[in-house]
Every structure is written in structure tokens, then in C-alpha cells.
Write a protein of this length. Sequence first.
Length: 236
Amino acid sequence: MTVTDIDVLPNLRDLGGLPADGGRRTRPGVLYRSALPAPGDTRPTVVAEWPVRTVVDLRSPREFATRAHPLQSDGTAVHLISLLTDTEVTAPSQGARLADIYQGILINAGKQLADVLRVAATAPGPVLLHCAAGKDRTGIAVALLLRIAGVEPGDIIADYVLTNEHMPAVLARITRFAPELGRAHPHDRDLRGAVPDAIEGVLSHWDTHPGGVHTWVRSQGATDETIRLWSARFTE
């Protein structure tokens, strides 16, 4: 069978190899990000280990419930941690700045982001984070995990904007595999691609919080032990 672009999981990458403070680097084979996995995907060649052991699905309950997750198996656990509600996912966002949508996630889903950290720190790896496009919800969750591990904002922004290279395949995949998002999808939020100002605002929110990102995530329910476990697991 010929493998077409739609059969390849887009926006998939291993977040290992990024510089972190203290001369450390993020460890490969721990954390992946991607767009929406789909039934029948060919085995990826851009990551060393597949299938993953843990999936964190950041979609809304309605998105998640439409069909069985294609990666769930005896060897792979799937955790639903929704960063947007069903209404927020499907509501038109014309005129809304992506930066404001991201700030809303920080305000309304901070405890869920702390839960993402807990799963990433303690569940078997590799851990895959995804939503629909692997851009907005995934971008924020990945940024949190990278920043907690000591990755500098410039490197986090550079990873975030890499998604723009994959947007044609991402939008095609959403159109085919996410009909539950409505006839208007791809959402205008996705059509804008990855906007650096939006993730810069998220990073600034954390870095200007008294005590920085570690104190912010503690205020959302994370523990010192979870932060320690994640940093030890993800950096070397």
C-alpha cells in the first residue's frame, strides 16, 4: 500500500536535545508532541521509539469521545486532560487574538496544566502530548514542561513556530479526521498558524509571576516532588 501524506502523523517531534540551564540538555525519548493521531497511521520514522507508552490528549471531552483513541492499547495508556471546553473549542474566534485565547487557558486551565506535568513526570515514557493541530493547547503544555526543565524562552518559541512548517498537513488531517469540530473546521484559530507573540505572552506570564514558573505551577496544584521528578527525568 502506498503511504500518502494523510497517513503520516504530522507535527511529530522529539523534544530532546534542547539546551537547558546549568549546561544541561533535554533528554531524547522522553517527550514527544504531535497533531491528532488517526487510525491507520504509518509507523513514524522521525522518532526513535514508537509506540509511545503514555499519551496526554489535550482535546475537549466531545472531541475525545467521538471515537476510540487510535494509540490506546495494552502497552499505551491515554490520559484526557482538556485545556479547552467543548464550547470553547467550537466557538468562532474571529477577531479574538490568539494571545488572549492562550491567556484564557492559563487562567481557566492552570490546574489541568499542573496535571499534565504530573503525568509527564511519573507515567511511563515516551510521553506524547497532542490536541487536534498540535499547536495551541499542545504548544502551551509543551512550553510549560520545557520552561520548568530550564529551557530558555527563545528555544521554546523556536520549537513552537516549527509547527508552521507542518500546517498544510495538519489542516488536511483535521478536515478528514475531526468532523466533530463542525463544518467550519479547520477553525480560524488554526488557519492563523503558530503566532510567536501568543506563546511569548505565555512565557512572560510565567516568568513575571513572583517566583517564576515553578511558583506559578505550584499555585495550580503541582508539588515540589513533581517538579523535581520532571527535571531529573527530562534533563541530563
